[in-house]
Design a protein around this ligand. Structure first.
Ligand code: BGC
Length: 386
């Protein structure tokens, strides 16, 4: 049975569960539709003395903690079907680990999410060489992508919404990209506990942009083991197969009769060992699904993820044409997360709403070019229930 948010929170309160017992550190009471002001606290200090802050937001039963470093979602707590909270997003409890070794846990990704082959592309007859950080390719913006910078953050409340505005300016030539890109990202929690991300960017020279969010989900709770029993739906008839460097070949292959078919809900583990050459190459799922809806004016259904044990469900809606589904294939037991557990392969998954990887080098993929005078705008909505 699916309980709505109000029932769950009221149930937890009625059971006399103290706010401190539900949470992992901050002293915010559980509310339904509170619209309470975001709380800012010092999270850590970088080697150069810069301060990194953590903002705590709570609304409609969802609790979100966000760092000014990379706009990182450091923790996202949701109730299960009994009202018991867990942090469903992988992360660290200290800034040093984020700086030294994060595989993009919870981060905002830019200027170009995913890979660009050899870090090269041509735009308006000019060739550009980007920072290369994944073999010969450029991944998630290069060695110092948007995830590795301090963002300016402002907390807000608006009606029954609470949220954060995050600002970052990427100067002309940073990581090899042309044009100074002014980026504004808004995280909003509404009174139902939905988490919305609105991305906006403008440029002063033609450039390419593909922003996304890199939350590693485990709806049973971070550090609780594999996500293979999570059930996933992706409304996509095609995906973009890759070469061994995970660069799309350019083909839009059919998912039918392959392990890549998630049009009907299935547990992630069902076909993950099917031995399809694309899976072997990627060590699991690490591909872009071409959503049947394509680019839409408003966010539309892009994925549903459900954990049958806790009852937690995440629905993602996006206006973007693609979705990268990544099964944490490179987690290798060397990172210790927020709850003190090490993370191993398959302990989380990412669902990154995006344009297709390497679009600047594929004329048949939707364009990622942004020109002066245009505003890049895209939104992703995460709806939670249990
Ligand atoms: C990519 C993976 C990559 C991971 C890094 C994902 O978005 O698809 O290939 O290893 O990010 O954490």
């Amino acid at each position: 049975m699916e309980l709505n948010r109000r029932t769950v929170i009221a149930g937890a309160a009625a059971a006399g569960v103290a706010a401190s017992a539900l949470g992992t550190g901050t002293a915010q009471a559980a509310t339904s539709g509170g619209g309470k002001k975001p709380v800012k606290e010092l999270f850590g200090t970088l080697a150069d003395g810069s301060k990194v802050y953590r903002w705590s937001l709570e609304n409609g039963g969802t609790r979100l903690k966000v760092l000014s470093w990379g706009g990182v979602v450091q923790s996202l707590e949701l109730p299960d079907r009994h009202g018991k909270y867990a942090n469903v997003s992988l992360g660290f409890d200290n800034i040093a680990d984020y700086v030294a070794k994060t595989p993009y846990f919870g981060a905002l990704i830019g200027r170009y999410g995913n890979r660009i082959a050899k870090g090269q592309f041509t735009l308006d007859g000019k060739s550009y060489q980007l920072s290369v950080n994944d073999g010969v390719n450029s991944l998630h913006g290069g060695t110092q992508g948007f995830d590795k910078h301090i963002w300016d953050v402002e907390g807000f409340t608006s009606g029954s919404d609470v949220g954060l505005h995050l600002y970052y300016t990427s100067v002309d030539g940073e990581m090899g990209y042309p044009g100074t890109l002014k980026v504004k990202v808004t995280y909003t929690l509404n009174k139902h506990g939905d988490w919305r991300i609105d991305y906006e960017a403008t440029t002063d020279k033609a450039t390419v942009v593909n922003l996304t969010s890199h939350v590693y989900w485990n709806l049973a709770g971070e550090g609780s083991g594999t996500i293979e029993h999570h059930e996933l739906t992706i409304p996509a008839s095609r995906y973009t197969p890759t070469d061994s460097g995970l660069i799309p070949t350019g083909e839009l292959a059919k998912v039918s009769a392959t392990p890549f078919d998630f049009r009907k809900t299935k547990p992630i583990g069902r076909d993950i060992r099917a031995g399809h050459v694309q899976q072997v190459q990627a060590k699991g799922y690490d591909h872009n699904w071409a959503l049947d809806k394509g680019i839409t004016a408003k966010p539309e259904h892009a994925a549903t993820l459900h954990d049958p044990h806790s009852g937690r469900t995440l629905k993602i809606a996006s206006d973007q044409p693609g979705l990268q589904f990544y099964t944490g294939n490179f987690l290798d037991g060397t990172l210790t997360g927020t709850g003190g557990h090490t993370y191993r392969q398959g302990d989380a998954l990412c669902l990154e709403t995006q344009h297709f990887p390497d679009s600047p080098n594929h004329a048949n993929f939707p364009s990622t070019v942004l020109r002066p005078g245009q505003t890049y705008k895209t939104s992703t909505i995460h709806t939670f229930s249990s």
